[in-house]
Design a protein around this ligand. Structure first.
Ligand code: URA
Length: 428
């Protein structure tokens, strides 16, 4: 079958065989199929979709295009979490060491900021010396010793996805739930995990603006994980306001350290514990949710998760004791009284980028010292003149009005729920 025939079948809405998908992706990975044919294929998928078995085949083919992590057959569960991205989403920092002190291992391959959302690797790089470029060999050495790493995905993992993602970015084919599924899952499955949990976000600061879209993505991710033999669950969580108070890089590390010491904002602590409980119940470390929550809560409060985080930072070359620079603070105040009824979270993300805390271009370097602290949440009543946000930047003036406008003050507000639904598959 010629590549053009495979594209034509998808264009006409036919279901492709596993073999056709494998041949096509292998040809692309080996540079026998050019970008323009892959772009046409991606557009055909965008319009005509794929069945669950086609999505699983595409995921497997992209996974097979590269290497994967290999673990000894020692009975220790390897687990991971993936978030679809948000503002103030620092959950990986407390979650990974917390899981490691509960007897599972976490080889987390994480990413950088995408669109308005922040990236875990960028946040961690505010720690002096912290390396996010561990080789596969280093990951396989550190994880059994420390129990966890958080590092970037090397070029050897799912290289077909790396190329396809860059191509989708310039051919308007990123927002396809099925292509997103294959992209995310091919990278996560390259970690050879036993269980995965997905934090699928919806709302003004998420890629999926509505709960329905997020639900569709979560179901697609869970189904694909399970088809590939990995127990996968998902939580649908709201990104209608930033997670926690701190949004940026160095300031998010500071907030994560608070959570690792049993403090920090309730929403960050709650989501960390709930995502950890999902994984620990999935691998059989706990049978009861309430018991898992109690133990996880204790391990945040008694310093054991913090101690493991310090070990992980040291193993990755970082020096937590070296003070992280934070830019000077300035407050933005309310012009009139009211109840906070909506927050344009995406605008907050783009403001951080404009302040230098994210990249406009791939080659940009990041100013880790800038950020925004949220001083109000949806439902809070504020007086005229009351501070709404605190900016950390040397030059607050250009951003103050934009931030003030991103917070809507009305007569009343709907109450907010952080975790709205749990999506499980047949293996759970
Ligand atoms: N993140 C990914 O890794 N892939 C996508 O397609 C979208 C978000």
């Amino acid at each position: 079958v010629l590549p053009v025939q495979i594209i034509a079948q998808k264009r006409d809405g036919c279901e492709l065989t596993e073999e056709s998908i494998f041949t096509f992706v292998r040809g692309y990975a080996e540079n026998q199929i050019p970008d323009y044919q892959m772009a046409a294929f991606a557009m055909a998928v965008y319009f005509n979709g794929m069945t669950s078995s086609e999505t699983a085949a595409l995921t497997q083919a992209m996974l097979d295009s590269g290497d994967r992590l290999r673990w000894p057959d020692d009975g220790i569960p390897r687990v991971d979490k993936h978030s679809t991205g948000g503002i103030g989403d620092k959950i990986s920092l407390p979650l990974v060491p917390l899981l490691a002190v509960c007897g599972v291992q976490v080889p987390m391959l994480s990413g950088r900021g995408l669109g308005p959302t922040g990236g875990t690797l960028d946040k961690l790089e505010s720690i002096a010396g912290f390396r996010t470029d561990l080789s596969l060999q280093e990951i396989q050495r550190v994880v059994p010793k420390i129990g966890c790493v958080i590092t970037g995905a090397s070029a050897d993992l799912a290289p077909a996805d790396r190329r396809l993602y860059a191509l989708r970015d310039v051919t308007a084919t990123v927002p396809s739930i099925l292509l997103i599924t294959a992209s995310i899952m091919s990278k996560k499955l390259a970690e050879s995990p036993d269980a995965l949990v997905l934090d699928v976000k919806f709302g003004s600061g998420a890629f999926m603006k509505t709960r329905e879209q997020a639900r569709e993505l979560a179901i697609s991710l869970v189904k694909t994980g399970e088809r590939m033999g990995v127990t996968t669950t998902a939580l649908l969580t709201s990104m209608n306001q930033p997670l926690g108070r701190m949004c940026g890089n160095a300031i998010e590390v500071e907030e994560s350290l608070d959570v690792l010491q049993g403090q920090g904002p309730d929403d960050v602590r709650q989501l960390t514990i709930e995502l950890a409980a999902e994984l620990l119940i999935t691998v059989g470390a706990f049978s009861e949710h309430a018991q898992a929550v109690q133990v996880l809560d204790r391990k945040l409060s008694d310093g054991s998760a913090m101690e493991r985080f310090e070990m992980m930072v040291k193993a990755q070359g970082g020096d937590l004791a070296q003070e992280r620079a934070i830019a000077p603070a300035a407050e933005v105040t309310a012009r009139h009284e009211g109840v906070v009824s909506a927050i344009d979270v995406e605008a907050i993300g783009y403001t951080i980028i404009a302040m230098g805390g994210g990249r406009r271009n791939l080659a940009d370097s990041i100013d880790h010292s800038v950020g925004i602290e949220m001083l109000v949440s949806i439902g809070d009543t504020v007086d005229a003149g009351q501070p709404l946000v605190r900016l950390f930047t040397r030059d607050p003036e250009p951003f103050a009005d934009r931030l003030r406008e991103s917070i809507t003050l009305s007569d009343q507000a709907n109450s907010q729920v952080l975790i709205v639904e749990r999506i499980i598959g047949e293996l759970t």
